[in-house]
Ligand binder design. Structure first.
Ligand code: FCB
Length: 467
């Protein structure tokens, strides 16, 4: 066994998002979100559930902060619900919504935990969707006003700000594949949506810097490295194609001020763009989008293996047996995490990186002894932290890690059945139970180190976190 020590001052945290944990969708003047609407249509959420109550974090946040404190966290990443601040998307501010986040932030600070809020983690006010949502360029102004209202109220206490979570998911899951709200299946629209999200990010950067003291601003991108299934030219091109549309389409504008030419050509060939003059891109946009950032937030879960199938289509394939996949059907592939980190560092050199999400869905019951022995999650987290440690040793400037997630929650179109939490949440009683992974993570945080042996976490005398 050997212990891998992280750099002094390394930030350890957990992450959540508003729509996935808050519930209280009608409390204190909150407006409807696109996920409230999407989940109300039968068939959209696989287990038929809704986010109305979720983890009731809106009312139970003091208990959640106690659990974060028990974990020993340095920081907590959460998101702000736009429909709580502007129930109609723009116009009149709902100060009760801001009051909630002020209470949360003050509670975190009092517990010695630094807040890392994200302004947009997918819960768009439905009223803005009624005007076209992210496909309508006027949303960029509404987003800048929203960013201003939030940072004006909290900017004296909060200095790390994330504009958006995973623009790829918003654009493609929501507007091309249709699995996420608002459920559109229009690849051309998805490209305009992607551009307006990135533009709103760039517009918000100077607003946040103006309103928040010592602000550090970044964006969160999901990164999924692509591997060819074989060495054939076709499969290699399929991997290039996936990387272009999933990773580089969202990273190049932010860090290089341009869209990747090969991926633009792919979209022209597919008929999703008529020419490289993209109609939704106006003069000056890419300069705004590429405003220098203080950090990149990187989310990593798995890799994609790509091939061209018998029908000439580029498809992702599974290369390990079903039982080795997580409950999301994602391969456990820590080497891909190292590859993502090296690629991002070499191609874009962000001044610093936080791992803003990483984790795995596995469902374990509560045992007779009251414990949840989620060993596969511990293995997943350990192997990914070892890969991260290796990246840091190789010079990638990663300064923090946020496990997804603090607690089991509403996993979007997959409802409550996919469980990513360090804490289990009983959806009937709202009781939280620390899983073995929580005990394990607590040891990692305390030691600022991860060891490479398969030992179980120290449980001490008590199995229950101090309440
Ligand atoms: C990410 C999302 C997060 C959660 C995890 C599993 O793509 O940002 O909200 O759903 O996946």
């Amino acid at each position: 066994m050997s212990n891998h020590l992280f750099p002094e001052g390394f930030i350890w945290g957990t992450a959540t998002s508003s729509q996935q944990i808050e519930g209280a969708v009608n409390q204190d003047g909150r407006g409807e979100s696109i996920w409230d609407r999407f989940a109300s249509k039968p068939g959209n959420i696989s287990d038929g559930s809704r986010p109305d109550v979720a983890c009731d974090h809106y009312n139970r946040w003091p208990e959640d902060i106690q659990q974060m404190q028990w974990l020993g966290l340095d920081a907590y990443r959460f998101s702000i619900a736009w429909p709580r601040i502007f129930p109609q998307g723009r116009g009149q501010v709902n100060s009760a919504g801001l009051d909630f986040y002020e209470r949360l932030v003050d509670g975190l600070l009092a517990a010695g935990i630094e807040p890392y809020p994200t302004l947009y983690h997918w819960d768009l006010p439905q009223r803005l969707q009624d005007e076209g949502g992210w496909a309508n360029r006027s949303i960029v102004n509404a987003y800048a006003d929203y960013a201003e209202a939030v940072t004006r109220r909290l900017g004296d206490r909060v200095s790390r700000w994330v504009t958006h979570n995973e623009p790829w998911c918003i654009a493609c899951l929501g507007h091309e594949e249709g699995h996420h709200a608002p459920g559109h299946k229009d690849p051309a629209e998805a490209l305009a949506v992607a551009h307006h999200i990135l533009l709103s990010h760039g517009r918000a950067v100077p607003v946040i810097r103006r309103e928040a003291k010592n602000a550090e601003v970044g964006i969160v991108q999901i990164h999924c490295p692509a591997y060819p299934a074989t060495n054939s030219a076709d499969d290699q091109d399929a991997a290039r194609w996936f990387d272009g549309g999933f990773n580089r389409w969202f990273m190049d504008p932010v860090f290089k001020g341009s869209y990747p030419a090969d991926a633009v050509a792919d979209r022209i060939a597919a008929g999703h763009l008529s020419s490289s003059e993209m109609p939704f891109v106006q003069d000056g946009d890419l300069g705004i989008i590429s405003a220098p950032l203080d950090f990149l937030g990187l989310n990593y879960y798995s890799r994609n293996v790509m091939k061209v199938d018998e029908n000439g289509r580029r498809v992702a394939v599974k290369v390990v047996p079903r039982e080795e996949l997580t409950d999301m059907d994602w391969e456990v592939y820590p080497e891909g995490f190292l590859r993502s980190l090296m690629t991002v560092h070499q191609d874009y050199s962000p001044p610093k990186i936080y791992i803003t999400e990483n984790g795995a869905a596995y469902d374990y019951p509560i045992g007779a002894n009251g414990r949840i022995a989620d060993t596969k999650r511990i293995t997943y987290l350990r192997e990914h932290l070892l890969a991260l440690h290796q990246a840091i040793q190789s010079g990638v400037p990663v300064q923090g890690y946020f496990a997804w997630s603090q607690m089991d929650n509403f996993e979007w179109a997959l409802g409550y059945e996919k469980k990513f939490g360090l804490y289990a949440v009983d959806t009937e009683t709202q009781n939280r139970t620390a899983k073995d992974s929580a005990y394990w993570y607590r040891d990692v945080v305390a030691a600022n180190a991860v060891d490479d042996s398969d030992s179980s976490p120290s449980q001490g005398e008590s199995c229950e976190p101090e309440a």
